[in-house]
Design a protein around this ligand. Structure first.
Ligand SMILES: Cc1cc2nc3c(=O)[nH]c(=O)nc-3n(C[C@H](O)[C@H](O)[C@H](O)COP(=O)(O)OP(=O)(O)OC[C@H]3O[C@@H](n4cnc5c(N)ncnc54)[C@H](O)[C@@H]3O)c2cc1C
Length: 420
């Protein structure tokens, strides 16, 4: 028999899985109205009942099912109003890093890293952007050097969300300076807690508080060679996979379907903003002037269109018509819609959104959220970069000109004379 065929033939149908899931959820998962359970505890609960990593192979701690089963699980949770792990760290770790390791890691790396990740014991984040800029990711200059049986890491990363509370970061670094930029990259797993030579600093956000962003400095950090994810020199492909999953997660697609679509959330309860359903209520019940009413209506329409776009891409993934960079469409749509939603909330809330109350800065209202609201239009690649992807990879338009694409990286001018 063809390898894998017996598994497929005996695989539980999505409908049977849905029925089993509903029964389990009704008794085992807390309602969204109950006091919130810690995200790690929830993830552990899912793992212990084989509902974590639903589309991951069983040998790596998953349930050995498909993305359709995963979608069914989280759709049931939304229907039954059950709590699921919702922290951003969880989305990044399970929805983005897990599938990237699954695709590029060696069998040993998957056995070593994935079960702990799916159990929620190890939280993973991404270490891609650098102080010199994030859009030109292929120009990374963090240096990975082989020294006998180990690697040595030097350089700096920036804007790493959640590094201060994570266990591992997947770091994009340059392992070969003699070849063109896309070909000299590698990705390596860096333990983030108590690692000699590693300094993690939190970055102060626009609101004035220490945010989730961090900057890391690597000063002769020694790593076992087994921490390499993918082959040496294939870091560009690994990072592309990671970003694909990040854009999918922003649109709640594929492995990133782990709860409600981001722009479809109603954040009213948590941060005083008007989410889509509250926008609709505001249209009906609030006294708004014509301009604000039009904005409210547009924001609501965007939120509905966004959810439908994601559903269409999900269906396309299933039947094979939407492979590759379609998550960029959804991510672009979601980030613009969410930003507009927040701007509209602020317009509707008026003075309630002011963050300075005369004595102190308030960090708990719509104004503060607005300060951070550009984030979604940058994270995972800026809107301009998403438009480039859509035009070049989906529409087949001409590539953006690049002067350094085919030049050995050590001959590329980087504006720093003493760089090497
Ligand atoms: C909320 C949030 C979370 C993040 N989390 C992480 C994380 O966990 N890990 C991580 O590694 N990074 C993270 N980032 C960083 C993010 O990936 C970068 O901000 C992003 O890639 C843009 O890089 P940059 O900020 O350095 O801007 P730059 O690359 O300097 O770009 C500046 C401006 O120029 C435009 N631009 C640049 N190149 C082009 C081009 N070729 N064509 C058209 N326009 C262009 C950009 O669109 C942007 O508007 C996060 C960012 C945010 C906001």
């Amino acid at each position: 028999m063809v390898a894998g065929l017996s598994d497929e033939m005996t695989m539980e149908s999505v409908e049977a899985f849905r029925t089993r899931t509903r029964a389990w959820m009704a008794s085992a998962l807390p309602s969204v109205e109950d006091p919130p359970l810690d995200s790690h505890a929830l993830q552990r609960l899912l793992f212990d009942n084989r509902f974590a990593g639903i589309a991951f192979p069983r040998e790596y701690g998953g349930a050995g099912l498909t993305l359709e089963h995963q979608k069914a699980f989280f759709d049931c949770a939304a229907d039954l109003l059950r709590q699921v792990p919702a922290g951003y760290d969880h989305l990044v770790s399970v929805g983005m890093l897990g599938p990237t390791i699954l695709e590029h890691g060696s069998h040993e790396a998957k056995l070593r890293f994935l079960p702990a990740l799916l159990r929620g014991d190890d939280v993973w984040i991404q270490l891609l952007s650098e102080p010199r800029g994030g859009s030109d990711m292929a120009g990374a200059t963090t240096r990975l050097t082989r020294d006998g049986h180990v690697y040595v890491l030097n350089g700096a990363k920036m804007w790493s969300t959640g590094a201060h509370v994570a266990d591992y970061g997947l770091c994009l670094c340059r392992s070969d300076w003699d070849v063109p930029k896309h070909r000299g990259l590698s990705t390596v797993a860096v333990p983030l807690r108590g690692t000699p030579g590693l300094t993690i600093e939190r970055i102060r956000a626009a609101s004035g508080e220490a945010g989730d962003f961090c900057q890391e400095f690597f000063d002769d950090v020694v790593l076992p060679t087994e921490n390499l994810i993918g082959e040496e020199g294939t870091g560009w492909a690994v990072a592309q996979t990671l970003l694909l999953h990040e854009r999918n997660a922003a649109g709640s697609i594929g492995y990133g379907h782990l709860g409600p679509r981001l722009s479809g959330e109603d954040p009213t309860a948590s941060d005083g903003l008007l989410g889509p359903s509250a926008l609709l209520a505001a249209l009906r019940h609030r006294r708004t002037n014509g301009a604000v009413a039009t904005k409210l209506a547009n924001a609501y329409i965007e939120s509905v269109v966004g959810a439908l776009t994601s559903a269409r891409i999900m269906a396309g993934l299933r039947v094979g018509t939407h492979r590759g960079g379609w998550g960029s469409v959804s991510k672009l749509q979601a980030s613009v819609a969410k930003h507009e939603c927040i701007r509209t909330s602020l317009a509707a809330l008026g003075a309630e959104g002011v963050i300075w109350d005369g004595a102190d800065v308030r960090l708990d209202n719509a104004g503060t959220v607005w300060l951070g609201s550009r984030g979604g239009t940058l994270a995972g690649g800026s809107n301009e970069m998403q438009r480039n992807i859509v035009s070049e990879r989906l529409l087949g338009l001409p590539r953006e000109p690049s002067l350094d694409r085919d030049v050995p990286f050590n001959q590329v001018l980087r504006g720093l004379p003493a760089f090497e």
